[in-house]
Write a protein of this length. Structure first.
Length: 566
């Protein structure tokens, strides 16, 4: 059934929700902007959205559905095409004895109700939903997948035509109208909406897999039209200035694009595989601040780290696996130190973030531009601070150590499991213990764990086996473990973003003495006794105790890290 639109302003005043003066201001604003009265009232601060929804629900005698806590059936919701759902601000929520239950932002919109009834084959029952939450829910339901599939089908039909010319289409002035461009636009918009860090385009024997990495995990969409893969790859190569006809060798490139008003820096890597070319796109949102140390380190660690990097010389190492946020931490340090009186040079593979006033060099081993070769030249450029993207070999490590001992502040990374492991790795490279102990100021080891969504966090009771694994660290403390139930705000994953788990080992006292003597076995004990030092897995456990991450995330990290400490 449809609901006649009542005189909302009069009812709001009658029920004491707003004053007559506020109503006059709101109506005048509405006449000028053309916005719905509800949006005007909320924007002007006369009512909160929740106050409006409760009032409107009571007035219409309709149930109010909280989409943030409501688990939506995607198949059921997609009974409405995405365009119709977004145009009429509606979503199919459930099947009822009478038919379907549909949530609407404005159930008094007669034309919208008639169109929904026509599309769904009958008059649905109605409920009231929040406009802001509906947008997020529709993003979860449709995820751009419907648009991608429609355009994939259209492009597949075009590819199947005998006269189809892939390179011609990729370079045509009419490419903006081609389905391949619409597919890529939908793919990028979906990835940005989900805060994905990477997009994978992977041709398989029978299908094309499109995957996005969200909070460290890949989410997959399978497209049956495998023949469209070369068109997608060619268009991306063209955007990155790569050789379109070269399909036998890997290629790397980058380009910028604007997605939903945000400038995205895209790094592209192609790899020849059995069924075509696999493409990985690394996305960096320039509109976000990726260089703020306070977003990475806890206050106590931040204070210690900032004190260390303010010294005039020495080596600061950041260690961890690929994707653990090492580069972000290093650039946060450079951002802090980037002042007009300091000369900063970076040597990277590749250059990930672009910072003003900093000379950034990208290595190219194919022409002899290696880390060690560039580093020798960098030392003749009168730098104060040097960033070496990675110490991959003994020669690079030796030059970095020498630079740190001769008055330069040097930052670099290693791929090891722990701070202690990084110190040991330097000795294993053949470096002298006394030189390492004298040069290294601190080693930061880090991992990323998923953060519990605060909008749907709820307590839960772990299994006896899980508790037994952590009893040694938690002791007799009574802990209220939490996890995310899943809501529209977190795309029903239970997680919202990631947080860094960090350990900071300073090279001083017993630790420096053990390293100087080359006593690898004694390093662990010396580190454990160092004031302020806390291993990664202990920090992760503490975050779970605080309800910031889940026990599952902690166990995933602990199982891989605890053995590194004995």
């Amino acid at each position: 059934m449809t609901h006649a639109r009542p005189r909302l302003g009069d009812r709001l005043v009658e029920q004491g929700e707003i004053t007559p003066q506020q109503l006059q201001i709101a109506l005048a604003t509405q006449a000028r902007t053309g916005e719905p009265l509800s949006l005007v009232l909320v924007r002007l601060g006369m009512m909160t959205e929740l106050q409006w929804l409760v009032f409107f629900s009571r007035l219409l005698q309709l149930p109010l559905i909280d989409l943030k806590q409501y688990r939506i059936d995607g198949g059921l919701a997609r009974l409405l095409p995405e365009g119709v759902a977004r145009l009429h601000q509606a979503i199919v929520l459930a099947r009822t004895a009478q038919g379907l239950l549909v949530g609407m932002v404005d159930p008094t919109d007669i034309f919208a109700c008639d169109e929904l009834a026509r599309r769904l084959g009958g008059v649905p029952d109605l409920a009231l939903v929040s406009g802001s939450l509906l947008s997020a829910a529709l993003d979860v339901v449709y995820r751009g997948g419907e648009r991608i599939q429609e355009q994939a089908t259209a492009l597949d039909e075009e590819v199947g035509q005998a006269a189809f010319n892939l390179e011609g289409m990729a370079q045509s002035d009419r490419a903006v109208d081609a389905p391949v461009v619409h597919i890529l636009r939908a793919l990028f918009e979906d990835a940005v909406r989900l805060n994905a860090s990477d997009i994978h385009i992977e041709p398989d024997a029978e299908v094309l897999r499109l995957r996005r990495r969200v909070d460290g995990l890949l989410q997959e969409q399978v497209v049956q039209e495998k023949r469209i893969a070369p068109a997608l790859v060619s268009k991306l190569k063209l955007m990155a200035g790569l050789e379109i006809a070269e399909r036998r060798l890997p290629q790397d490139g980058r380009f910028d694009m604007e997605v939903k008003g945000r400038v995205i820096d895209v790094r592209l890597s192609t790899l020849p595989v059995q069924d075509g070319e696999s493409v990985v796109l690394r996305l960096l949102d320039r509109s976000k601040d990726h260089t703020a140390l306070h977003t990475i380190l806890e206050p106590e660690l931040l204070q210690r780290f900032q004190k260390i990097i303010q010294r005039l010389h020495g080596l600061v190492l950041v260690t961890g696996p690929t994707g653990s946020g090492k580069t972000t931490t290093l650039y946060g340090a450079l951002h802090t130190l980037n002042t007009p009186d300091k000369k900063i040079i970076t040597v990277e593979d590749p250059v990930e973030y672009r910072l003003p006033r900093i000379s950034q060099v990208q290595v190219n081993p194919r022409i002899g531009l290696t880390f060690s070769a560039v580093l020798r030249t960098v030392l003749r450029q009168d730098p104060d601070i040097i960033l070496v993207g990675e110490m991959r070999d003994r020669e690079t490590a030796e030059i970095a150590i020498r630079a740190a001992l001769t008055g330069h502040l040097v930052f670099s990374t290693l791929h090891t499991n722990s701070a202690v492991g990084a110190a040991v790795r330097l000795l294993e490279m053949g470096l002298e213990g006394y030189a390492v102990a004298a040069a290294v100021r601190c080693i930061v080891a880090q991992r990323l764990v998923r953060r519990v969504c605060t909008g749907c966090a709820e307590p839960f009771i772990p299994t006896a086996a899980e508790l037994m694994l952590l009893r040694h660290w938690v002791g007799e403390r009574v802990v209220q473990w939490v996890r995310g139930r899943g809501c529209a705000g977190c795309h029903f994953s239970g997680f919202a973003g990631r947080m860094a788990v960090v350990e900071l080992l300073e090279m001083r006292g017993e630790v420096a003495d053990a390293l100087r003597r080359g006593e690898m076995a004694g390093l662990i004990g010396a580190a454990e006794r160092q004031e302020g030092y806390r291993p990664l897995y202990r920090s992760a456990i503490e975050y779970a105790v605080q309800g910031r991450t889940t026990l599952e995330e902690v166990l995933r990290l602990v199982e891989g890290e605890e053995s590194a400490y004995g």
